[in-house]
Design a protein around this ligand. Structure first.
Ligand SMILES: [Zn+2]
Length: 287
C-alpha cells in the first residue's frame, strides 16, 4: 500500500526523473517545511497540523542530506497515507523517531513510503543497469537518488533478482542484514542482529582499522556464503565493503553468482510487493 501510494504521489506531481525532491512535493501541497531548531532529542521529524494547514519539521543534528530527505519523505508518508493523519494528528502534531527497530506499523509504513518515494522501483532498477552489480550499483544509486548508502542498499536488495545480501555492522557486530529474493530460494539460515562478523571475513579485518571507516574506504574479496549464513552451502561469494564515515558503521555487500532468480538480473515489473521482510522494513531509515 505504501509503495502504491508513493507511486501515485509521484504520478500526481509529474515526477519523471531521479532524484525525487520531497521538498518540492511538500511545497506543491502547501506544506511548510522547516529545519527543526532543537538539538539531538531522537526526533527525526514532525508532522504538524494547525487547522487545515500542515507543516513538517526535520532534524538537522545528523548533517546528512540523505537522512534529511528521508525524514521529510517519512513525514509526507504520514500526510499522504490513508488513515495516518486521523490516527497520528489527533493532538495536532506527530513526532517520528529515527528508531530503526520501531515495530509501530504507522512508522514502518511511513518508512516504506519514503523509500518508495525517493527510490521508485522501476526508475531505480533501470538506473542500476548503468552500474556493476553490488556495491558499485549501490554507490551510484545513492548518488543518483540522493539517499544514504544504507537506504540505497536496502532498496537494491529488495528489488534485485541477483543473490545479494547487505550487512550493516558496528564494532564487529551485525546491526542488520537484508537478503534478496534470489538468496531466499535456498535455505541459508539467518544472520541475526548482534551476531559477530565471521572471523575470516574481509569486513572483520577491514573494520578493525577505524581509518577505513572514517575515510569511507572500500575493499573487495572472496569468501564463502557459509561463512556468513550457518545453513548455507559453501558457494563462493564476492564480498565488498565500504566504511560509512562519521556514521561509524561498515556496509558489506555479499554477492553469490551461483544462485539467481533469472538470467535478467533485475526485476523492473511494477508488481506489488507481497510480504515485506521485517529486517528490510526497519533498515531503511537508519542513517
Ligand atoms: Zn513517523
Amino acid at each position: 500500500m505504501a509503495e502504491r501510494t508513493a507511486r501515485q504521489v509521484l504520478l500526481d506531481h509529474g515526477v519523471v526523473s531521479l532524484p525525487v525532491d520531497p521538498f518540492a512535493i511538500a511545497a506543491a501541497c502547501d506544506i511548510l517545511v522547516e529545519p527543526k531548531p532543537s538539538a539531538n532529542d531522537g526526533v527525526s521529524g514532525m508532522l504538524i497540523r494547525l487547522g487545515e494547514s500542515f507543516g513538517i519539521l526535520y532534524a538537522t543534528h545528523i548533517p546528512s542530506e540523505g537522512f534529511q530527505r528521508f525524514s521529510v519523505s517519512h513525514e509526507l508518508g504520514h500526510y499522504f497515507l490513508a488513515g495516518h493523519p486521523e490516527q497520528l494528528l489527533a493532538s495536532g502534531a506527530h513526532a517520528s523517531r529515527a528508531n530503526f527497530a520501531s515495530g509501530d506499523p504507522y512508522e514502518v509504513e511511513a518508512d516504506m513510503f519514503a523509500a518508495a518515494l525517493l527510490m521508485p522501483r522501476t526508475p531505480f532498477m533501470m538506473a542500476a543497469r548503468a552500474f556493476d552489480d553490488g556495491l558499485d550499483a549501490i554507490v551510484g544509486l545513492s548518488a543518483q537518488c540522493r539517499t544514504s548508502l544504507t537506504a540505497a542498499a536496502v532498496s537494491y536488495v529488495r528489488y534485485s533478482r541477483c543473490a545479494v545480501a547487505i550487512v550493516q555492522s558496528l564494532d564487529g557486530v551485525v546491526e542488520f542484514c537484508a537478503v534478496s529474493d534470489a538468496l531466499k530460494t535456498e535455505p541459508i539460515g539467518w544472520l541475526r542482529r548482534g551476531a559477530p562478523l565471521p572471523p575470516s571475513s574481509l569486513t572483520r579485518h577491514f573494520a578493525s582499522d577505524h581509518a577505513n571507516i572514517d575515510h569511507a574506504r572500500t575493499g573487495e574479496g572472496e569468501g564463502r556464503l557459509s561463512d556468513w549464513f550457518s545453513r548455507a552451502q559453501a558457494h563462493s561469494i564476492r564480498e565488498e565493503v565500504i566504511g560509512l564515515g562519521r556514521f561509524g558503521r561498515v556496509l558489506t555487500v555479499l554477492h553469490c553468482p551461483a544462485i539467481s532468480l533469472s538470467a535478467d538480473g533485475y526485476d523492473i515489473d511494477d508488481k506489488d510487493e507481497a510480504e515485506e521482510d521485517v529486517m528490510e522494513r526497519w533498515a531503511v531509515r537508519f542513517h
